[in-house]
Write a protein that binds this ligand. Structure first.
Ligand code: ADP
Ligand code: MG
Length: 573
C-alpha cells in the first residue's frame, strides 16, 4: 500500500516522498489509519520496520492551527539517542507543514535550552521519561493539553527501570487522550500498562521475525575458548566490512574489545550506557560518517539506533535473549538491502543456545570454518595484484630501481622485496589458528578441564562404559570429549572440558545410569580425597577402613559442591 492511498495532507505526502518512501511497511499500513482515527493502539513489530513513521506521521498530521501554544503530543523514548532520532525524523515529516514545533528533551543536555524550546510553544515533545518528569516537576512542561501519548520501545523503557516514571506521567495526562504503545516484545508488564492506561486498544502484531531476517545471511563460527578476539580480527581482515557492528553483552567487554581492536589497527569505537552523552554522540557520528568502521556496542546502547549501510553484524557474545538476536542482526540488511550476520561461539553450551535461537527465528544459521591465515594471504595476494596493476609509477621510482640494479639487485628482485614487505605488513599481525575447533578434536587438546561428579559408584555396579555411554547419550558429545573416569564407592568423577561443564551438567539434568536416577554436579573438592583412596597403580581401590574415611571426606566434599546452577538463557524480566 502506497502512502498516497492514505488520506494525508499534501504537505505530509510531499515530505514522505522527499524521504524516498513509497510503500508503507506492514506496521505503518496497519497502524497509521487507526492512529489517524484516534484509536488506542498496541503495536508490536521488530526493529527496523519503520515504527517512528508509524506514529510520527499521524502525530504531525494531527497538528492544527489551534495547537500553537502548548504540548499536545508526548512521545516517550528509552534513550537520548532515540529521542533525538525520533525528533529528527518528525521534523522531516513536518518539513512542509507550518505550525509544527517539535522538541526533544533528555538528560545530559542543557536544561535551559530545553525550557526555552518548550516555552516557545513546542507542540510535539519527545523525551526520556526521567527528563520529562524533571520538566513536569519544574512546571516547564504541562500535560493538561496532551491528547496523544506515545510510548516508543516500551519494553526497553521498562527494562531500564522507567516504569514508575511512565505510570506517573500517564496518570497525569487527561483521561480522554489517545494512548499508543510500540514495543518489539510484549512482556507481562506491558500488558499490565495496556490494561491500566489504554482504552479498548487495537493490538497489532507484525510477525516479521522471518521477514526482517530474510535478507540477512547468517553464519556461525566455532572458536576455541578464549580466542574470540583473535577470531574476530581474522574475520574483520578477511571480509573487510566497511561498516560493521560488533555486539557484546557487557560494558567491560565493549571497552576491552574496542581497545584491543584499535591496538591491532582497526578503526573501531565502543558504545555503551556508561559513556557520557557527548562521547556517545561523537561515537555515533564517527560511525555514521565512516571515520570508525567498526562499532562495538551493548544491546541497550545500540537499540533502535538507525544507521543505514551496516554491511555486517558480529555477535561476539551470544545475546542473552532470543529477541535480541533479531534486533542485533536487524542492524544490517535494512530497507531491503542484504546483509550478513556472523556469530562466534565457544563451547557446546553456546552451540546449544545458538540452536535455540535458530529455532526461535526460523532462520538458518550456517556453520562456516574460520578463514585461516593462508586463506587471508591468498586474498591479500589477489588484492595486491589488483592494486599494483592499477597503480602508476613515476620517475623517482624508476630512479630507485636503476640505482638498485647498479648494486646488483635486479628489477624482479627489487619488486619482490617491496611486495613481500607490503604483504607482511598486512598479514603479519594476523593471529594463528591451529586449534580453532577443540570440540571436534577430542580431549587433551590443551583445553582446561574440570571434573564433574555423579552420585553413583561401585555400590551400584557402575562401570566406566556405563558412565561414558550415558554422558555421550545425554550431551551428543563424543566419547573423546570426556577424560579420565574415576569410580569410587558411591560416586564417580569424570574429567570434562571446562568450557563444556555447564552444558554437560545442564543436559544431564534427568539422566539414568544403569537404571539409577543420578545427579550430576560440578566437582569442587580438591583431589586429595580421591588420591588417598588410590592404589599405587592409580586405580581407586575398595578398602573398608579407607572407604569409611573416604565417606567422611566425601561428605565434606559433597557439601562443597557448587549447586547445579541452571543458568538457562537469562530471561529479561
Ligand atoms: P523502528 O523504530 O521500527 O526500529 P525506524 O522507524 O527507525 O524503525 O525505521 C527504520 C528505517 O526505515 C529508517 O531509516 C526509516 O527512515 C526507514 N523507513 C521507515 N519507513 C519506511 C518506508 N515506508 N519506506 C522506506 N523506508 C522506510
Ligand atoms: Mg524505533
Amino acid at each position: 500500500m502506497h502512502f498516497n492511498e492514505l488520506n494525508l495532507s499534501d504537505e505530509l505526502l510531499r515530505a514522505v516522498e522527499e524521504l524516498g518512501y513509497t510503500e508503507m511497511t506492514e506496521i505503518q499500513q496497519q497502524s497509521i489509519p487507526l492512529l489517524l482515527e484516534g484509536r488506542d493502539v498496541v503495536g508490536r513489530s521488530n526493529t527496523g520496520t519503520g515504527k517512528t513513521a508509524a506514529f510520527g506521521i499521524p502525530a504531525v498530521e494531527s497538528i492544527t492551527e489551534a495547537d500553537r501554544k502548548s504540548a499536545v503530543i508526548l512521545i516517550l523514548c528509552p534513550t537520548r539517542e532515540l529521542a533525538m532520532q525520533a525528533n529528527e525524523e518528525i521534523r522531516k515529516f513536518a518539513k512542509f507543514k507550518e505550525g509544527v514545533k517539535s522538541s526533544a528533551v533528555y538528560g545530559g543536555a542543557s536544561m535551559e535550552k530545553q525550557i526555552h524550546e518548550l516555552k516557545r510553544g513546542a507542540n510535539i515533545v519527545i523525551g526520556t521519561p526521567g527528563r520529562i518528569m524533571d520538566h513536569i516537576r519544574r512546571k516547564t512542561l504541562r500535560l493538561d493539553n496532551i491528547r496523544t501519548v506515545i510510548l516508543d520501545e516500551a519494553d526497553e523503557m521498562l527494562n531500564m527501570g522507567f516504569r514508575e516514571d511512565i505510570e506517573s506521567i500517564l496518570a497525569d495526562i487527561p483521561e480522554d487522550r489517545q494512548t499508543v504503545l510500540f514495543s518489539a516484545t510484549m512482556p507481562k508488564e506491558i500488558m499490565a500498562i495496556t490494561e491500566k492506561y489504554q482504552q479498548d486498544p487495537v493490538h497489532i502484531k507484525i510477525r516479521s521475525a522471518q521477514k526482517t531476517v530474510e535478507l540477512i545471511e547468517q553464519f556461525y563460527f566455532e572458536v576455541a575458548m578464549g580466542r574470540k578476539t583473535d577470531a574476530l580480527k581474522l574475520l574483520l581482515t578477511a571480509y573487510k566490512p566497511s561498516s560493521a557492528m560488533v555486539f557484546c553483552n557487557t560494558k567491560v567487554m565493549v571497552d576491552q574489545l574496542t581497545e584491543e581492536l584499535v591496538r591491532s589497527g582497526f578503526r573501531a569505537a565502543g558504545l555503551h550506557g556508561d559513556m557520557k552523552q557527548i562521547q556517545r554522540t561523537q561515537v555515533m557520528n564517527s560511525f555514521k560518517n565512516r571515520a570508525a568502521e567498526i562499532l562495538v556496542a551493548t544491546d541497550v546502547a545500540a537499540r533502535g539506533i538507525d544507521v543505514s549501510g551496516v554491511d555486517a553484524v558480529f555477535n561476539y557474545d551470544l545475546p542473552q535473549d532470543n529477541e535480541y538476536y533479531i534486533h542485533r542482526i536487524g542492524r544490517t540488511g535494512r530497507a531491503g538491502r542484504t546483509g550478513t550476520a556472523y556469530t562466534l561461539i565457544s563451547g557446546r553450551k553456546q552451540l546449544f543456545d545458538l540452536r535455540a535461537i535458530e529455532k526461535y527465528t526460523h532462520a538458518e544459521i550456517r556453520e562456516m570454518p574460520l578463514p585461516d591465515k593462508a586463506d587471508i594471504i591468498a586474498m591479500k595476494k589477489e588484492s595486491l595484484i589488483k592494486e599494483i596493476s592499477e597503480a602508476q609509477a613515476g620517475h623517482n621510482a624508476y630512479d630507485i630501481l636503476d640505482r638498485l640494479a647498479s648494486q646488483g639487485i635486479d628489477y624482479r628482485e627489487a619488486a619482490a622485496r617491496i611486495i613481500e614487505k607490503q604483504l607482511k605488513a598486512e598479514t603479519d599481525a594476523l593471529p594463528d589458528f591451529e586449534s580453532a575447533r577443540p570440540l571436534k578434536k577430542g580431549r587433551n587438546n590443551g583445553a582446561k578441564t574440570v571434573k564433574i561428579v555423579i552420585n553413583v559408584g561401585r555400590n551400584r555396579r557402575i562401570a566406566p562404559n556405563f558412565i561414558l555411554g550415558a554422558l555421550v547419550d545425554a550431551t551428543g558429545m563424543t566419547g573423546k570429549d570426556f577424560g579420565k573416569i574415576d569410580i569410587f564407592d558411591e560416586h564417580t568423577t569424570v574429567e570434562v572440558p571446562e568450557a563444556e561443564s555447564e552444558y554437560i551438567i545442564e543436559s544431564t539434568d534427568s539422566i539414568k545410569i544403569n537404571g539409577n536416577k543420578v545427579e550430576v554436579k560440578l566437582y569442587k573438592g580438591s583431589d586429595l580425597g580421591a588420591r588417598r583412596n588410590r592404589r599405587p597403580d592409580d586405580k581407586p581401590r575398595f578398602d573398608r577402613k579407607k572407604a569409611a574415611y573416604g565417606n567422611k571426606k566425601r561428605a565434606e566434599l559433597f557439601s562443597d559442591y557448587i549447586p547445579n546452577r541452571k543458568k538457562r538463557m537469562k530471561k529479561r524480566h
